[in-house]
Design a protein around this ligand. Structure first.
Ligand code: EPU
Length: 414
């Protein structure tokens, strides 16, 4: 079993370069299966990306990769997704809209991904039915068929994946589709920008997204947006170690809500066009309440990492997690390090700040929980061993090299 060994207590300082966003590149790569040739740049080298490229190859798409650039070319020759690969990631559900919309049929499997509580796909299925698909379910296998027709759809809850799936399906449906109450995460804008660059017509109209019918696309070159969660995780690491970092290749508009919280904790944050400077004091303040919410609210994908920082503040902080009922598996691990975090319920957490954390043997059970343990271990006294590397490499490109370059002591043991 691979693990990270971290020698805590070293103040991080220097410059870190942020990679392309995981949650933008995965839908864009899926979308490329139904577009003309695409050259996609700023692609982060992550295990979820390699899995998606393998899915595309198994569908018949020709892939070439060079450094952080991926070219996708050709038509698919089958509409059945690879079961093992799809069950490794949640984003494989996006091939539902891509293939159903373009080819009128697809066989998918219940997707995998981080175990964050119930993550049903009921609304994905319902949305495809709204567009005219017929769905048959056999255990974890789902067969979908139909010539889709554009429609006005009002989402019952704000969902990133469902919004993306409808867009992906609707570009090839007959007529116009309108999504009311869509998710508005920047990663959705990135998908829309990519598709529009391929020749599609998708736009916002007040609180709705309008998708026009388009059956042809052309060559497109597209650069993936910077990963706002990776950038914010490095701010958390600076805060955890009393460090000072210059964080490059960031869209600062995407992380203003997160920056405000770090500022309230006492960090000095300065921003330039695509850079952030963070200077963290050794003593930080607690935050009375943080509630996770869809964009532009505080992102659930930063909840575990901010908790690691709050664990060492003076006073009591409260976190309310509103999206995932089991995004709390990092709590017992942080408590092993000497944190005092009480789970009032599966989604309500009371963090009573302690003076310091101590290194320990820790188990990461999901991606962001793993990033939280690294954040805590970097600022803790002594050595930590963190298992569950496979979760962390799904979302953080070259994490050991990046942390090493800014003075953190981290080793990957295979
Ligand atoms: N939901 C349903 N039924 C559905 C779909 C969603 O009940 O059919 C619920 C979910 O269980 C959840 C809520 O709706 O309670 C919102 O989930 P959403 O669909 O927005 O999440 P997602 O599309 O599955 C993406 C990101 C997640 C991120 C969430 C929320 C990707 C590949 N994943 O997931 O990223 O937490 O949006 O912002 O884009 C991560 O990067 O660590 C990660 C988990």
């Amino acid at each position: 079993m691979s693990c990270y060994i971290i020698e805590g207590g070293n103040r991080l300082s220097g410059e870190v370069q942020i990679s392309g966003a995981k949650n933008a590149v995965l839908p864009i790569l899926a979308a490329s299966a139904a577009q003309n040739e695409s050259t996609i740049t700023n692609v982060p080298f992550l295990s979820d990306v390699s899995n998606t490229l393998e899915i595309l190859e198994k569908l018949g798409i020709k892939i070439t990769t060079e450094n952080n650039t991926v070219t996708t070319l050709g038509n698919i020759n089958n509409t059945v997704l690879d079961k093992d690969l799809s069950q490794k990631m949640r984003s494989s559900i996006l091939f539902l809209g891509v293939l159903l919309g373009k080819y009128g049929e697809v066989t998918i499997y219940e997707p995998g991904g981080c175990q964050l509580g119930d993550r049903p796909i009921d609304i994905h299925i319902w949305a495809m039915e709204q567009l005219g698909a017929k769905i048959e379910k056999y255990d974890d296998k789902i067969i979908c068929k139909g010539k889709l027709k554009g429609k006005e759809i009002t989402l019952p809850i704000v969902s990133v994946g469902v919004t993306e799936n409808i867009i992906l399906a609707a570009i090839n449906a007959k007529g116009t589709t309108i999504i009311n109450n869509p998710a508005k995460e920047p990663e959705i804008d990135d998908l829309i920008n990519y598709l529009n660059k391929c020749g599609n017509k998708i736009y916002y109209n007040k609180n709705s997204i309008v998708i026009c019918e388009n059956n042809k696309s052309h060559y497109c070159e597209y650069s993936i947006m910077p990963d706002r969660i990776e950038a914010a995780t490095y701010i958390a690491m600076a805060a955890s170690t009393g460090g000072e970092l210059f964080i490059n290749n960031v869209n600062i508009d995407h992380i203003s809500t997160i920056n405000e919280i770090f500022e309230k904790m006492g960090c000095i944050i300065k921003t330039d066009i695509n850079k952030i400077y963070v200077d963290a004091p050794t003593k930080l303040y607690s935050i009375p309440e943080i509630t996770t919410n869809p964009y532009p609210g505080f992102p659930t994908d930063m909840q575990p990492q901010i908790m690691s920082v709050l664990a060492k503040t003076e006073g009591i902080s409260i976190i309310k997690e509103t999206l995932f009922s089991a995004r709390n598996k990092h709590i017992p691990e942080l408590n092993k390090m000497g944190a005092n975090i009480n789970k009032k319920s599966d989604c309500l957490f009371e963090i009573c700040g302690v003076k310091s954390l101590k290194g320990s043997t820790l188990y990461s059970k999901d991606l962001r929980g793993g990033a939280a343990l690294i954040t805590a271990a970097l600022g803790a006294e002594g050595e930590s061993t963190i298992y569950g590397v496979e979760h962390i490499i799904r979302g953080y490109e070259a994490i050991c090299t990046k942390i090493g370059n800014i003075g953190g002591k981290i080793k990957l043991i295979k």
